[in-house]
Design a protein around this ligand. Structure first.
Ligand SMILES: NC(=O)C1=CN([C@@H]2O[C@H](COP(=O)(O)OP(=O)(O)OC[C@H]3O[C@@H](n4cnc5c(N)ncnc54)[C@H](OP(=O)(O)O)[C@@H]3O)[C@@H](O)[C@H]2O)C=CC1
Ligand SMILES: [Mg+2]
Length: 281
């Protein structure tokens, strides 16, 4: 495989030395190590900037796709490898220098850390903890959208944990800040590594509001809109069949995050719980 990569880089006039910038992202069932290498095709300042993207696509008989867009097509194993690759390669790119000495840092072979040769400080890749919460009032769930989301897409509330905060406090604060609601109960669901915008550890929970306390006050500095959605509306959106919703005098199909996003799993879990609780005893 290294030979194939050397020959590919050679075709584009690149030195095989760049392979040393690769990072270990996993291993196959047959114990073959998998590495990722950033060819820097999108960066004008990169040392690989001379590699023309269209020619590389022709050579590899494929096309480069933005990772966020690929989310709609990938399976969970490929996405997990690509998420690790994206997060780790970006971390190395952003930690080229020691923040104490200003000297260049050096990557270890696997790419699991960088060391400053002058003062021996070790830098490890970091993930920011982010809480993601699906709030329910018993029969409806609360979904919100930011202006940067694709039209009509609503997701669960999310936010970065502040320093010194536990997960429970971060959840209660984020929900209060973004929609002005007070939570009654919390239940952990699952977690996910998420490489956007940098490496985050998404911690997903279900939450319920105090009975009768359902009035939303949308914080328009953080969100474009937030609303309660019924079980039927969410089921229809999960099937990809709308319904249409009114948004800034325009109608857009109401849609939910892609299957690989933990928000999708939280929403699906909520729908299943609702269906079970409505069954006759
Ligand atoms: N996988 C999934 O299913 C989902 C993932 N997400 C992810 O969750 C993340 C957080 O959601 P979001 O609602 O944006 O968060 P927040 O509600 O915390 O709002 C984002 C703001 O928080 C501040 N902030 C605090 N700490 C950080 C940090 N470590 N990195 C970046 N910004 C920070 C920034 O404010 P300032 O600019 O004022 O400094 C930023 O603009 C997003 O990155 C998103 O990709 C969200 C929904 C679903
Ligand atoms: Mg938020």
């Amino acid at each position: 495989m290294t030979k194939e990569l050397e020959s590919l880089l050679g075709k584009f006039g690149q030195d095989a030395q760049v392979i040393e910038d690769s990072v270990l992202i996993g291993c196959s069932d047959q114990h073959e190590a998998w590495f990722a290498l950033d060819l820097g095709l999108n960066s004008s300042s990169s040392m690989y900037a001379s590699i023309p993207k269209p020619e590389m696509e022709t050579e590899l008989r494929g096309s480069f796709v933005e990772l966020r867009k690929a989310l709609f097509k990938l399976n969970s194993m490929d996405s997990s490898l690509l998420f690790t690759a994206q997060a780790l390669l970006r971390w190395h790119d952003n930690h080229q220098f020691c923040s104490r000495s200003g000297q260049p840092t050096k990557k270890n072979m696997a790419g699991s850390k960088r060391v400053c040769p002058s003062n021996k400080i070790i830098y490890y890749p970091q993930m920011a903890p982010v809480v993601i919460i699906l709030v329910s009032d018993g029969s409806r769930c609360l979904l919100a959208r930011q202006s940067s989301f694709p039209k009509g897409l609503y997701s669960a509330l999310a936010g970065f944990c502040d320093i010194g905060e536990c997960i429970e406090d971060a959840i209660r604060r984020e929900v209060a800040e973004e929609v002005g609601l007070e939570l009654e109960s919390l239940q952990y669901s699952a977690s996910q590594h998420w490489p956007f915008p940098n490496s985050s550890l998404m911690i997903a929970c279900h939450a319920t509001v105090k009975p009768g306390h359902t009035e939303i006050q949308v914080n328009l500095r953080e969100l474009e809109a937030a609303a309660w959605f019924s079980h039927d509306e969410v089921v229809t959106a999960l099937r990809g069949e709308g319904p249409y919703i009114q948004q800034q005098n325009k109608t857009s199909p109401f849609s939910l995050p892609p299957k690989l996003a933990i928000a999708h799993q939280l929403i699906k879990e909520w729908v299943e719980k609702q269906a079970c609780s409505s069954l006759p005893a």
